[in-house]
Design a protein around this ligand. Structure first.
Ligand code: ATP
Ligand code: MG
Length: 297
């Protein structure tokens, strides 16, 4: 487990106004490892990840058996920040039957003909399961804010000055509703530097086996970097709540990202104190009878 004091560095306290530039995208040091250098930290992070992957597999079984809570994990980030890799590594030990990943791309015309939360509501995790949103309803206050021409057809008067504030409010209310119904919500913004994105894009262009990952549209979005940073900052400030907190995860070092995310998820599930359901006397008696029947066959 990573010490709570480090996790606290990345948790956005509700009501606190954060500035993204205060968050170190390349953070990789803890006090205890400061003297050891990067390789040692990497080794330690990988050990934490491995342990958490095992723990997560265990606690997921409990989540399933307990059948009261569900877990919704939201990932948001600029392109190439490592959402896919993080999901792949962190969930590698989890039983696929108890976990679903949804990747949200551009909305269809059917989606656009509904309220903006509609398409996400259909994909929420059932009780006992983990649902991962690879991009989410937060795109509706990010990409849509940066490119307002993407906005749904809305009646006159609905796009007034408080439009984005209203969407944040809707999102908070939506998440509150989910929390009240037994959904635990964790939200991760993978915070990568512009310099690191350039490095990763160039890698995608230079290495043939990575070419498929590159899209020239990603480069166009990079052109709006500052607008996105501002949109992320506003969004995080408005929507980190007690019932659905944001974590700003340093994303320039992939092993750091993965270890932190795995640790936060495992800790949140462990904190639920889940238990295997206990059978009552009647049910225990039935088990005894079944055992007897089988043994007498
Ligand atoms: P990858 O790591 O594979 O690039 P990705 O999540 O970036 O993963 P893409 O297919 O490249 O997937 O991009 C999805 C695109 O869909 C993004 O540009 C995103 O901004 C856009 N998108 C997602 N949700 C919405 C939305 N609600 N409205 C408009 N665009 C959206
Ligand atoms: Mg992309």
């Amino acid at each position: 487990m990573i010490k709570k004091k480090y996790i606290k560095l990345f948790h956005v306290k509700p009501g606190k106004k954060i500035h993204l530039k205060d968050y170190d995208t390349g953070w990789a040091q803890t006090d205890e490892f400061k003297d050891f250098g990067k390789e040692k930290v990497k080794e330690r992070a990988n050990a934490v990840l491995e342990q958490n992957v095992q723990d997560l597999a265990q606690v997921q079984q409990l989540l399933y058996a307990d059948d009261r809570y569900s877990l919704l994990i939201v990932f948001q980030a600029m392109d190439a920040a490592g959402k896919d890799g993080t999901i792949k590594h962190v969930m590698s030990g989890v039983n696929p039957q108890g976990c679903q990943v949804f990747s949200f791309k551009k909305p269809s015309s059917e989606d656009l003909d509904h309220n903006f939360l509609w398409r996400y509501m259909k994909c929420l995790p059932e009780r006992g399961r983990i649902g991962i949103f690879n991009r989410s309803y937060y795109e509706d206050v990010l990409v849509v804010k940066v490119h307002p021409e993407l906005l749904q057809n809305l009646p006159d008067g609905k796009k007034g000055t408080s439009f984005w504030e209203n969407r944040y409010e809707d999102i908070n209310a939506f998440e509150r509703h989910l929390e009240r119904n037994g959904t635990v919500i964790l939200k991760f913004f993978l915070n990568m530097s512009k310099k690191e994105q350039k490095k990763r894009f160039l890698e995608r262009l230079e290495r043939p086996e990575k070419n498929w990952k590159f899209s020239s549209a990603d480069l166009a979005e990079r052109g709006h970097w500052d607008d996105y940073q501002e949109a992320y900052e506003d969004m995080i400030n408005a929507t980190s709540t007690d019932w659905a907190p944001w974590y700003i995860i340093p994303a320039d070092n992939k092993w750091v990202t993965r270890a932190l995310v795995a640790d936060i998820i495992t800790t949140a599930l462990n904190d639920l104190n889940l238990k295997f359901p206990e059978l009552d006397d009647e049910q225990l008696k039935l088990l005894e009878q079944s055992k007897k029947t089988l043994n007498e066959e």
